[in-house]
Design a protein around this ligand. Structure first.
Ligand SMILES: Cc1ncc(COP(=O)(O)O)c(C=O)c1O
Length: 356
């Protein structure tokens, strides 16, 4: 439950936040930090690094600190990359089904959006990237940037390592962004970032503390960048440092891997539970997901009444309104009790409907 003010507690399952909340060690940082911390700039720059956090991420990933950029969430990193590489009329390739912000970002740099397909594999309840068309579009349109997302929001599908290599081997002349906002919810996730950014100079991997680490309100994201992006590195530099409290909280999260792994396990089980429960309901179709959300097609005729029914019960999920994705809902995997409440409410709704 998220307390949004004085009136009532709503269950937010609409924006892919992590409702378990951050590790206890993160909250401890807030209690501990006081004098001599907030009133001074960090001195990290004089030690030749950006931040204690980029230093730590460098140790964890094996990527040189200079090639780790920090931002105000991964949204900010995306903006930095687009501002750096997308010039007037320049093109960015984005997935046809994607986080809504991808569709807006080109306009911020007077660039042009071109969509490449993510296709539904009807019989297998899943979506996948159409790599052939993606590469064909790259050859024809000569974009400045290709944006990939794995797992992809809202379809939940991931890129396999082989597919990622195929894309990178064939797109040497543009910047390739791989958005990994949700990758840590996939226990099978195995992209070796150090190996990839070493081999592919065009690559920029974007990650965030918002989702897996349950720190969306803190606004911290980071990028692991290939060797070609020296100019982006310059642009991204903040000589006076970063938010010192956020740096410490993020490090506390990195130190709490047991806590987060336990949550990951619960979420994977609940994702499976929701997948099975929704697929057992007549007229519903849940799709395979590797993220902390699941996409479900619902009978078109219940869209408005279901939305009202759930809202009346303080449960908020995302009702999709996109071309070809408009009788679908995207449900964030919440805590186990929230997930149960949701599926029980949907079942009750369907039972009441069949009786009336
Ligand atoms: C695919 C994807 N990337 C990035 C973000 C932004 O995350 P943040 O700016 O909190 O790091 C989101 C947010 O929902 C997202 O869905």
């Amino acid at each position: 439950m998220v307390n949004i003010g004085i009136k009532k507690q709503l269950i937010f399952l609409d924006r892919n936040e992590n409702n378990y909340g951050p590790a206890p060690a993160c909250k401890k940082v807030l209690r501990r930090r006081s004098n001599g911390f907030l009133n001074i700039y960090s001195r990290d720059f004089t030690r030749g690094v950006k931040s204690v956090l980029s230093e730590r991420l460098s140790q964890d990933t094996g990527i040189p600190e200079s090639r780790i950029l920090l931002g105000y969430g991964s949204e900010d990193i995306l903006k930095q990359v687009v501002q750096c590489y997308l010039k007037d009329g320049g093109k960015i390739l984005i997935p046809s089904y994607s986080w809504w912000y991808y569709k807006k970002i080109a306009a911020e740099a007077s660039g042009v959006n071109i969509e490449y397909p993510i296709i539904e594999i009807e019989k297998e309840n899943r979506f996948e990237y159409d790599i052939d068309i993606l590469l064909k579009t790259y050859r024809e349109k000569k974009p400045a940037i290709i944006l990939l997302s794995s797992p992809n929001n809202p379809t939940g599908n991931r890129l396999e390592i082989k597919q990622l290599k195929l894309i990178l081997d064939n797109t040497p002349d543009c910047t390739v962004i791989l958005d990994e906002a949700y990758s840590k919810f996939d226990p099978g996730f195995n992209v070796n970032a150090a190996e990839f950014v070493e081999k592919y100079p065009q690559l920029i991997i974007i990650r965030t503390f918002s989702k897996y680490y349950a720190l969306a309100g803190l606004r911290i994201g980071y990028a692991l960048i290939g060797a070609r992006h020296e100019h982006l590195q310059l642009l991204s530099t903040r000589y006076l440092g970063f938010n010192r409290l956020s740096e410490q909280i993020a490090i506390a999260a990195l130190n709490s891997s047991d806590y987060y792994r336990k949550i990951q396990r619960k979420m994977v089980q609940d994702r499976e539970m929701l997948y099975n429960e929704f697929n057992a309901l007549p007229g519903f179709k849940a799709y395979v997901s590797y993220a902390n959300f699941i996409l479900v097609r619902i009978p078109a005729e219940i869209k408005e009444s279901l939305q009202k029914y759930l809202t009346d019960r303080d449960i908020i999920i995302k009702f999709m309104n996109e071309d070809n994705l408009n009788s679908h809902v995207r449900i964030t995997i919440g805590t186990t009790s929230q997930n149960r409440k949701l599926i029980n409410a949907v079942r009750n709704f369907m039972n009441e409907r069949s009786r009336s």
